[in-house]
Design a protein around this ligand. Structure first.
Ligand SMILES: [Cu+2]
Length: 290
């Protein structure tokens, strides 16, 4: 076979292979997607069938959603205690001025380094120009900033954006633990994170072995729990359940996938808000049809 002929045959083969792959992909994908989505998402299967609708992704992965956007004033900040300023813009591109109050605040800001360290949950103040501003403490590394808010007349949104902090990065390895100590308090997390079902979690606060039974209300409950998926830092929905002032504080979490999760429990006692941190794995729970 002459060289030009060989090349022609080779090229023809490539075209056939490409066409086949394209044809198979376009016909098989819709069939594959449906059972996968139904399986992975359990009860939420109906809500996630339309993959094109970004609204059904976990929160915190996008900088804009439903026309609302998080615009940070600066995407690079030096290490130390820094002021973070940002604006939420509405679908018309104007600064958002009407918010619903959720958990006693119009907007909750979470700052966390990409490795899960340095968690801060703060409440910025909104200026006359609708710009939000708050102080956070930043160490070198890549930080994720989450704005959790509800535009008036809309459902709640969690938007996320990155801030780069230059400098020598000291990585903190995340070690799985469901017990956390902070300022002499021992905080335990019980219950399993299960994919595709509502997961009941309980946080228990003790000090020197003595159950704490006089937790103080914080953000309308006896504690506030934030869960972030390790890796992409997807922001999960965690709802507080009715409870007394300790030592047990119950929550219900919705987990979108198996994987490791950082959990941060903010609680108030003796007038001080503290954060207990956990790092736990989410499994498939009772959904093991594999
Ligand atoms: Cu908050």
């Amino acid at each position: 076979m002459s060289t030009p002929t060989r090349l022609a045959v080779f090229a023809g083969g490539l075209v056939v292979a490409f066409a086949t792959a394209w044809g198979v992909g376009s016909f098989v994908d819709p069939l594959l997607d449906e059972p996968l989505a139904a399986h992975d998402m359990g009860e939420d299967a109906g809500a996630v069938e339309d993959h094109a609708q970004a609204t059904h992704l976990p929160g915190g992965l996008m900088v804009s959603q439903d026309g609302y956007a998080l615009a940070l004033e600066e995407n690079t900040l030096s290490p130390g205690r820094r002021s973070i300023a940002f604006t939420i813009t509405d679908p018309e591109g104007e600064p958002l001025s009407a918010y619903e109050t959720e958990h006693e605040k119009e907007l909750h800001l979470i700052a966390v380094r990409r490795d899960g360290s340095g968690f801060q949950h703060v409440h910025p103040t909104r200026g006359a120009d609708e710009q939000w501003r708050t102080d956070v403490h930043l160490t070198p590394g890549s930080w994720r900033i989450f704005a959790d808010f509800t535009p008036a007349g809309h459902e709640g949104l969690t938007l996320g954006a990155d801030v780069i902090v230059p400098g020598r990065v000291t990585t903190v390895p995340a070690i799985r633990t469901s017990t956390s100590t902070v300022d002499g308090y021992t905080v335990m997390l019980t219950g399993d994170l299960s994919v595709g079902t509502s997961s009941d979690l309980t946080v228990t606060v003790t000090r020197d072995g003595v159950p704490i039974t006089d937790l103080e209300p914080y953000l309308g409950a006896y504690g506030h729990l934030v869960a972030l998926r390790a890796g992409d830092l997807a922001y999960l929905h965690v709802h507080p359940e009715e409870s007394g002032p300790g030592p047990d504080v119950p929550f219900v979490a919705e987990v979108p996938s198996a994987g490791d999760f950082h959990l941060y429990f903010d609680f108030q006692h003796d007038g001080v808000v503290r954060t207990a941190e956990f790092f736990v794995a989410a499994g498939e729970g009772e959904h093991d049809e594999h």
